[in-house]
Design a protein around this ligand. Structure first.
Ligand SMILES: [Zn+2]
Length: 233
């Protein structure tokens, strides 16, 4: 990290030293102690195992792409990113989603940032979010919006019914599971929207969200995620 102001650099070191005493830092990819906290909060081994996709548009390779104009992921799914994303979902590390979001924001190419005016997250069902207390994708959006200086609005999409976790379902079952699960706001009319989720697999959830947004007049919808398993046709 380059810090121009030496006083600020010393204060920053002291601050991080104190925080580290109270909350010893761990690598977000493997949970080993992290003596030197870097931006992505990954140890050198895990950082080396992160595989950037180069931001290719995967939309034609998705099993379900109706409503989507683009599908982008920062990294291929690998051990460290899987561990990082898992911890965002299931414990109090959700705020670290903003770390991933900021990093992703700086990786994005300018032709991709032109593809959306405003960001939103794939919503959880109301009861599920209240029970969990957060939606990890909203933290990713906050980081991404900050890095790109783009607005975010979590009121553009609502999940109107409970759905099962997609991970155990087949591709066909996924479409039925999330069909008509989302409702968009009239605010989306004429907007280009970037919807954000942690992982992109078959595209079923993203496509269902995109179709709801298009029904309400969204001009263009792309999905941006942290990671994707290597997509094979
Ligand atoms: Zn590690």
């Amino acid at each position: 990290m380059i810090v121009a102001n030496p006083v600020r650099a010393v204060l920053s070191d002291i601050y991080h030293g104190l925080v580290n005493l109270v909350y010893p830092a761990v690598c977000q990819g493997c949970d080993q102690p992290l003596p030197l906290v870097n931006e992505l909060q990954l140890c050198a081994d895990c950082e080396a195992r992160m595989l950037p996709t180069g931001w290719g548009n995967w939309v034609d390779r998705l099993t379900h792409s109706e409503g989507l104009d683009g599908a982008y992921s920062g990294w291929f799914f690998s051990g460290p990113i899987q561990h990082f994303i898992h911890s965002l979902k299931y414990n109090d590390r959700a705020k670290l989603g903003a770390v991933l979001g900021r990093y992703l924001g700086r990786m994005l190419t300018s032709d991709l940032t032109d593809a959306f005016d405003i960001l939103t997250a794939i919503p959880l069902f109301g009861a599920r979010q209240r029970e969990r207390g957060f939606n990890q994708s909203q933290w990713i959006v906050r980081g991404l919006a900050q890095a790109l200086r783009k607005p975010a609005d979590f009121g553009l999409l609502t999940r109107i019914r409970e759905t099962r976790s997609q991970t155990e379902l087949t591709s066909e079952e996924r479409v039925v599971n999330v069909g008509d699960a989302f409702l968009a706001s009239d605010k989306v009319r004429g907007l280009k929207i970037g919807i954000v989720d942690d992982v992109l697999t078959t595209g079923a959830t993203a496509s269902a969200s995109a179709q709801a947004l298009k029904k309400c007049g969204a001009e263009q919808v792309v999905i941006i995620t942290c990671a994707t398993p290597r997509i094979r046709k």
